[in-house]
Design a protein around this ligand. Sequence first.
Ligand code: AMP
Length: 180
Amino acid sequence: MKIILIGVQGSGKSTQGELLSKEFSVPYLATGQIFRTIAQEDTELGKYLKETMAKGLLVPDEKVLEIVRQYLNRQEYQNGYILDGFPRTLKQAEAFKDGADYVVYLKVSDEEAIKRLAKRNSNREDDTVTAIQKRIELFHQFTEPVIDYYRTKGILIEVDGEKAVEQIFEDTKKALKTHG
Ligand code: AMP
C-alpha cells in the first residue's frame, strides 16, 4: 500500500500517518523529518536547509526529489509507505508519477490549523508566527494544485480533518475500502 498524506500544517498528517502505518504494516516517512535531520549536520546542505526551513520556505524541487528517491530506494520501502509532506508542488507530483495508490487529503481550515499550531508545544524553528503564515500561504499556492492533480487522476480521498483523531482514522479506512 502506497499512501500520500496531504494537508496544511497542523492538519494531523503525522498522527494519521503513524496510525495508517500500523494498520497497513508499511513504514511512515515524512520529508520534513528527513530535512530536519539533515539540517542538524554541519554541512553546506545542512546549513542551507536550516535557513530555508526556519523561514517557512520550500526546499527546491530538484533537491527534494533527489533525497526522496534515495530514501524510497531502500529495501524497507519496497512494499509500500505512508508519505507525509511530499509531493508538495506540481513538479514533484509529476516527477513522482506512479508513487501512490491513494492520496488522503486531510481537510482543515486555516483558522483551525493556526489554532492547533499555536497550541503545539514544539521546539521547531519554523513554528514562529511568520513562518507558520508563510507555510500556510505556500500550501495554498503550491500544494493545492497537487490536490487537483490527484483528484483528476481519481485517487484522491478527502477526509474532514477537524473531527476527533479516531473518527478521522475510521473515515479514512472506510474511504480506502470503498475505493479499493
Ligand atoms: P513539514 O514538517 O512537512 O512541515 O516540513 C518542514 C519543512 O521542510 C517545510 O516547511 C519545507 O521547508 C521543507 N519540506 C518538507 N517537505 C518538502 C517538500 N516536499 N518540498 C519542499 N520543501 C519541503
